[in-house]
Design a protein around this ligand. Structure first.
Ligand code: IPE
Ligand code: MG
Length: 229
C-alpha cells in the first residue's frame, strides 16, 4: 500500500491525513477480496524501515492499526475472516500487542478466508527470525540440520500456515519490492499500478486480477503445451 503521503501532499494536507484516507482503501480492498473469493489477502501496513519516519507519523500509523482492528474486528469475525499479523512483535507497545493477540485468538477458528497484516514487517528480518527458531530447534535436538529443507524451513516463517502469494500489487508506481515477503514471493506475479493507495478502487483491483489471469506461470518449467512426456 504505497502513496498515502503523496496523495496528501498533492492536496496540501499533512501526510497523516493520507494514511487516514488509506484506511478507506483498506476497507474497500478487504471487502472486495472477499467478494472475489480471494482466499488470502496480505496488506503491508508498516515496515521495519518505517520507524525512521517522524515520530508523529509513526504514532499515527500505530494508532491507525489500533483503530482499524478495534472498529472492524466484529465485521471481519462475522464474515468468517481469520486475522494473522506477521512481523516482529518485540518492538510494539504492550497495548497494541494485546489487541493483535486478541484479534488473532478471536478469529483463529474462522475458516472463510485469511486477512494477513504485515506490521513491523521486513522480509529479511522474518527470515532471520525463522533461522533463529530453526537453530534453536536444532540446538534442542528436535531437528537435524540436514533435515532442514525449503518446506521445513518455511514452517519457521511468520507465514507458516499460509500459501505463497500468487500476485503482489504495489500501488503508486514505485518499481520496488521493499523487503516484502522475500522468501514467499519467489514465483509471485507482480502488478505496479500507478494509482496512489488512497485512490485504489474495486475496479483497479479487478484490473490487476484480470491482468494476472492472462499471465502464464511456469515456475521455471516450460509451458504446458510444449511439455513432452
Ligand atoms: C503508505 O504510503 C505506506 C505506509 C507506511 C502505510 P507512504 O506513506 O509510503 O506514501 P508516500 O510513498 O510518501 O507517498
Ligand atoms: Mg511510500
Amino acid at each position: 500500500m504505497d502513496g498515502n503521503g503523496r496523495w496528501a501532499g498533492r492536496r496540501g494536507l499533512p501526510r497523516t491525513l493520507g494514511h487516514r484516507q488509506g484506511i478507506e482503501a483498506v476497507r474497500r480492498t478487504v471487502r472486495h477480496a472477499g467478494a472475489r473469493g480471494i482466499a488470502v489477502l496480505t496488506l503491508f501496513a508498516f515496515s521495519r524501515e518505517n520507524w525512521n519516519r517522524p515520530q508523529a507519523e509513526v504514532n499515527e500509523l500505530m494508532s491507525l492499526l489500533r483503530r482499524y482492528i478495534s472498529a472492524d474486528l466484529d465485521e471481519l469475525d462475522e464474515n468468517n475472516v481469520r486475522i494473522t499479523v506477521i512481523g516482529g512483535r518485540a518492538d510494539l507497545s504492550e497495548e497494541l500487542t494485546r489487541l493483535i493477540d486478541d484479534a488473532e485468538a478471536r478469529t483463529r477458528q474462522n475458516d472463510g478466508r485469511d486477512l494477513v497484516l504485515a506490521f513491523n514487517y521486513g522480509g529479511r528480518d522474518e527470515i532471520v527470525r525463522a533461522v533463529q527458531r530453526a537453530a534453536a530447534a536444532a540446538a534442542r535436538g528436535e531437528i537435524a540440520p540436514d533435515e532442514l529443507d525449503e518446506e521445513t524451513f518455511s514452517r519457521y516463517l511468520d507465514t507458516a500456515a499460509l500459501p505463497d502469494p500468487d500476485l503482489v500489487i504495489r500501488t503508486s508506481g514505485e518499481l520496488r519490492i521493499s523487503n516484502f515477503l522475500l522468501w514467499q514471493s519467489a514465483y509471485a506475479e507482480y502488478a505496479f499500478p500507478k494509482t496512489l493507495w488512497p485512490d485504489f478502487s474495486e475496479a483497479m483491483f479487478d484490473e490487476a486480477l484480470a491482468d494476472y489471469a492472462t499471465r502464464q506461470r511456469r515456475f521455471g518449467a516450460v509451458p504446458v503445451s510444449l511439455a513432452k512426456p
